[in-house]
Design a protein around this ligand. Structure first.
Ligand SMILES: [Zn+2]
Ligand SMILES: [Zn+2]
Length: 247
């Protein structure tokens, strides 16, 4: 695994795209690799990173056929030399599967890894009516100590998509500051995820201002598209939003 360095310029690119290799995307009508390249070009973007899902222990045991994955995407890269294309994964971190995940990916020719939290244990049940944000954020904090390399911390705040309650920086300051400090120390990037309708932004402005104050750099943009019509969605709004914070 030789990931791209984290000072590489990824502006003008969609850094979070799923294809038919992701089981949830296939179920909702994802496009094949070449169609994704065509859609990226049609959107006026200069490139993209394919980041299909690896969530060990989930999706009924689904694991990507990596030989097919890398050969399919290498072919698309060879056939679309006008685009900058990196081949990555969105790795779902969960503590009980993290060791197995590290073993699975360590010898893959990956160029980019998003470290995301989609599943987590609930050792103490969240009381009824209280959003499960604290356990979710604790899982993100654990994910930053993963025993595998990664470039980017995925969609901080994505749980807001499913919980009808805001996840404000002021309410979770201690754990969010720990996440910020650890991500900056590790040299990890974060992403601004434009999957959901904006606002709220993911992450939110209050979080991003604290992240910047701690030395964090401008997030990369990722649509988290599961179908190619969503590629680059809300990018103009998100770029303006980030410019207002990071300049
Ligand atoms: Zn995700
Ligand atoms: Zn995703």
């Amino acid at each position: 695994m030789k990931l791209i360095p984290n000072n590489i310029d990824l502006s003008g690119m969609d850094c979070h795209i799923h294809s038919t290799f992701s089981p949830d995307a296939r179920a909702c009508g994802a496009d094949e690799p070449q169609q994704i390249a065509d859609a990226v070009r049609a959107k006026g973007l200069r490139g993209f990173i394919v980041t299909d899902h690896l969530d060990v222990g989930h999706w009924d045991g689904y694991i990507i056929d990596f030989d097919k994955y890398f050969s399919a995407w290498q072919r698309v890269r060879d056939d679309n030399l006008d685009l900058t294309i990196y081949i990555g994964l969105e790795v779902g971190y969960e503590q009980k599967h993290a060791g197995e995940t590290a073993k699975l990916i360590k010898d893959l020719p990956l160029e980019y890894v998003i470290n995301s939290v989609h599943y987590w244990d609930h050792p103490v049940p969240t009381p009824a009516g209280v959003p499960p944000y604290l356990t979710y954020l604790q899982a993100i904090r654990q994910s930053l100590d993963a025993d595998y390399e990664f470039n980017t911390v995925g969609h901080i705040g994505f749980l807001e998509r499913y919980v009808n309650s805001p996840m404000l920086y002021s309410d979770y300051k201690d754990i969010l500051d720990d996440i910020i400090k650890t991500a900056v120390a590790r040299g990890a990037r974060i992403e601004e995820n434009t999957n959901a309708a904006l606002p709220p932004h993911q992450p939110r402005e209050d979080f991003l201002r604290a992240y910047k104050a701690a030395g964090g750099t401008k997030p990369v943009l990722g649509s988290d598209a599961h179908t190619s019509d969503k590629i680059g969605q809300h990018f103009a709004d998100a770029a303006e939003f980030l410019d207002g914070i990071f300049g």
